[in-house]
Design a binder for this molecule. Structure first.
Ligand SMILES: CC(C)(COP(=O)(O)OP(=O)(O)OC[C@H]1O[C@@H](n2cnc3c(N)ncnc32)[C@H](O)[C@@H]1OP(=O)(O)O)[C@@H](O)C(=O)NCCC(=O)NCCS
Length: 184
């Protein structure tokens, strides 16, 4: 059973376990040191370049305009509609360990207001330390504080890692089925 909500303060966390096997840490001691403690806070415009770089490392696609536009659009709409959070090293605040983006949407597809998680990424060198969980919990806290009772996301059916992560965080199959059609 997962714990209850945490209101987002700038939170400092100690990573809960080593990120990698001992051999891997020995090969790259900096990696393990990176995420020994971290802070979750709201993103600033200056974080967007690091978000773009991390996303590019993970997806292989550079989408700087996308992330900047998303950040600016959310800022314009204002909290709590758009929520953009980052995890940074407690002792290395210029080091982005991960980020999460969400938004509250109402009455689309007939759904009561709910919080959507659009994007969540953790630096591969800082994984399995609780960073992803801390980001998701912080996002859930923001949604709860805004009065919504449901959090949703979408994952690619055959992408095992996010599926394991979200299931581990207590997220279950919902009532909707996604439909699509090729228009070319
Ligand atoms: C999915 C992702 C965000 C997880 O981040 P993380 O910081 O490594 O996750 P955490 O350390 O907080 O792990 C939380 C739980 O997720 C599950 N989990 C995380 N990594 C896992 C792995 N490699 N294998 C199996 N389960 C895993 C576990 O249930 C874990 O809880 P536990 O350690 O108590 O068993 C990260 O792997 C990532 O950025 N992946 C690439 C991008 C992506 O798939 N994003 C999500 C969809 S947008």
């Amino acid at each position: 059973m997962k714990r209850s909500s945490t209101r987002l303060r700038t939170q400092s966390r100690t990573a809960r376990r080593p990120s990698q096997p001992a051999e891997a840490r020995a090969a790259n001691p900096h990696a393990a040191a990176q995420a020994s403690a971290f802070i979750v806070r709201k993103a600033k415009r200056g974080d967007v370049a690091a978000v773009t770089a991390l996303d590019e490392r993970i997806t292989g696609l550079a989408k700087s305009e996308h992330w900047l536009e998303l950040y600016d659009r959310q800022k314009k709409a204002g909290q709590p509609a758009g929520i953009f959070l980052v995890a940074i090293g407690a002792e290395a605040p210029d080091q982005l360990l991960g980020f999460i983006v969400g938004e509250i949407r109402a009455w689309e597809f007939g759904s009561a207001p709910c919080g959507w998680v659009y994007a969540l990424s953790v630096d591969p060198q800082s994984r399995q330390l609780g960073v992803g969980e801390a980001l998701l919990e912080a996002m859930a806290g923001e949604f709860r504080d805004a009065g919504v009772a449901k959090m949703r996301t979408m994952v690619t059916r055959d992408n095992l890692l996010p599926m394991l992560f979200f299931r581990g965080e207590g997220m279950m199959a919902g009532p909707y089925v996604q439909l699509e059609k090729d228009l070319h």
